[in-house]
Design a protein around this ligand. Structure first.
Ligand code: NOJ
Length: 552
């Protein structure tokens, strides 16, 4: 089936770090409105907005205290309506981040819930009495808070509540039909306002395992360099989750022309198909963590194997996503590429890889100008809870602080959260005030203005790719077949659609390679034409991070 959301290029905006118009150091909705022409010029057709709802902001907005209002740091509901209207005017749709697994502990539901055991909102959350004077089970929280438990004791009613993330983010109880109704009403309210869909946070974790059994892998006590490890599988993909998503689909999603993309940790292609197969009517596609968000850097061979597996999802009437970074990952050019000598070459190779694989494309703000990881000197510069929490568990368990920081730097989620670099003015032109988070000190060299003028421009390369996607349905609907599956360095594949055939070549590393015989033979089958490349000429050798698209 052909749809707009399969053809989409989604631009992800982390509002807090995008563009500040009132000088308070925090990006805002008016900042996005100002930059809509830039987003349009990039060729994006959808904006995904990270949470901008009212929030105490312990997890940059993923802790929502009111689903139906905009946090005043970001603006007002009026600003939001204007943003939506202005985006739509430019042919850009907008999807909201929807967090259904937990709320802030400052949400009125939780405030009520904690008051008494017979409060009407008690069962909106998951409360349990102590077990043998301790936590109800052995689960650990994902943010490494405190001593690590996923349970927090509450004096008032002398019971514990579950929080898989921060203690300020209690998990909701989806067994409760009243909660379900309230959430459906709230989602319909946003859709009636005109939003074009949702990115569903932690969506495969809504249903908890019956009886909340102990994990067979309890958090190990903090040891050495690794801190402790938390089992994240306990609440993932539990029986009942598909029935719930189908119900949300029938009651809400299917009533509108929208896209719904789920964030699903602990999901591989074999599991994903059940969420995204068209006939099942649940959600449209999921973000998996097999390539981008992995503490272990994937090799080219592994990436090929993962892409082959996920392509089966497409072949079975499902749909998939392509992304290489987001607000929870390191910067892609620093993680997969080379952010010094070959920054242009590797950033463009990765962009080409992203846009020419089957699936909806997601660009995270700043990747289109090749923004890099940041090298902050001490833990005080870091903000996000995962890095800070893990750092403290490591130091408490005797790890040298410098070594602890060093081990976290490369993967910290703050690498992707430093403010957008617009120009060479102080703070990269992000704000005229003091930014909420330090700007990457390389902003004088890497910024949008610079990229507009540079001879080798990552930004222009992205624009070319998104332009090609509009003109060539083969990029969206073409079949996908890899060549040279066993080559450890090269990622080579064929896309075919109607009368169009493309051959894509990516050298994933900084080593040179002669053009493989198999590629020459393939190209000899027809009159080939070079569609796009990241080097000025295309010879018999593939240079570091060289990438090419041929049509033939
Ligand atoms: C996934 C979000 O992407 C991440 O930023 C957040 O911390 C957790 N879910 C909790 O909502």
């Amino acid at each position: 089936m052909k749809t707009w959301w399969k053809e989409a290029v989604v631009y992800q905006i982390y509002t807090k770090s995008f563009y500040d118009t009132n000088g308070d150091g925090i990006g805002d909705l008016r900042g996005i409105i100002r930059k809509l022409d830039y987003i349009q010029s990039l060729g994006a057709t959808v904006i995904w907005l990270n949470p901008v709802y009212k929030s105490p902001d312990v997890d940059n907005g993923y802790d929502i205290s009111d689903y139906q209002s905009i946090d005043e740091r970001y603006g007002t509901l009026e600003d939001f309506r204007e943003l939506l209207a202005e985006a739509h005017k430019r042919g850009i749709r907008l999807i909201m981040d929807m967090v259904l697994n937990h709320t802030s502990d400052e949400h009125v539901w939780f405030q009520e819930s904690r008051k008494s055991k017979d409060n009407p909102y008690r069962d909106f959350y998951i409360w349990r009495p102590a077990r043998d004077g301790k936590e109800p089970n052995n689960w650990g929280n994902y943010f490494y808070e405190g001593r690590g438990s996923a349970w927090e004791y509450d004096e008032t009613t002398q019971e514990y509540y579950l929080h898989n993330y921060s203690r300020k983010m209690p998990d909701l109880n989806w067994d409760n039909p009243r909660l379900k109704e309230a959430m459906c009403r709230m989602m319909r309210w946003w859709l009636d306002l005109g939003v074009d869909g949702f990115r569903m946070d932690a969506i495969n974790r809504l249903v908890k395992p019956k009886g909340l059994p102990d994990s067979p892998n309890p958090p190990t006590p903090p040891v050495g360099i690794h801190g402790y490890v938390v089992d994240r599988t306990m609440c993932a993909n539990r029986p009942g989750i598909h029935e719930l998503l189908h119900e949300l689909n029938q009651k809400v999603f299917s009533k509108y022309d929208i896209m719904v993309v789920g964030e699903t940790g602990n999901v591989d292609a074999a599991i994903a198909i059940d969420y995204v197969q068209e006939e099942r009517q649940e959600i449209n596609m999921v973000f998996h963590f097999e390539i981008a968000k992995n503490p272990v850097l994937k090799t080219a061979a592994e990436i090929k194997e993962i892409q082959r597996r996920w392509n089966h999802v497409v072949e079975q009437h499902g749909w998939i996503t392509q992304y290489l970074s987001n607000h929870d990952t390191p910067r892609q050019v620093s993680w997969f590429g080379n952010d010094t000598t070959y920054r242009y070459q590797s950033a463009t190779m990765l962009a080409l890889l992203l846009h020419t694989h089957p699936g909806t494309v997601y660009i995270y703000q700043g990747e289109e100008i090749g923004m890099t990881n940041v090298d902050f000197p001490s833990i005080e510069y870091y903000n996000e809870k995962y890095t800070v929490g893990k750092y403290h568990t490591m130091v408490e368990s005797g790890t040298d602080p410098a070594a602890a920081l060093d081990s976290l730097k490369k993967t910290s989620r703050d690498n992707d959260r430093t403010p957008m670099q617009w120009n060479g003015a102080p703070h990269g032109g992000f704000t005229t005030g003091t930014p909420w988070m330090h700007v990457n000190p390389n902003y004088p060299q890497i910024n949008v203005e610079q990229e507009e003028q540079a001879e080798q421009s990552v930004l222009r390369f992205y624009r070319t790719l998104t332009g090609l996607r509009k003109a060539h349905p083969v990029m969206v609907y073409g079949t996908y077949r890899q060549l040279l599956e066993d080559d450890p360095d090269l990622i080579v594949y064929k896309r075919e659609y109607e009368s169009e055939t493309w051959l894509v070549l990516c050298n994933f590393y900084d080593r040179e390679h002669p053009l493989p015989q198999a590629v020459k033979e393939e190209l000899a089958k027809g009159n080939h034409r070079l569609v796009l490349a990241n080097y000025p000429d295309a010879g018999e050798v593939l240079r570091p991070y060289e990438a090419r698209i041929y049509s033939y």
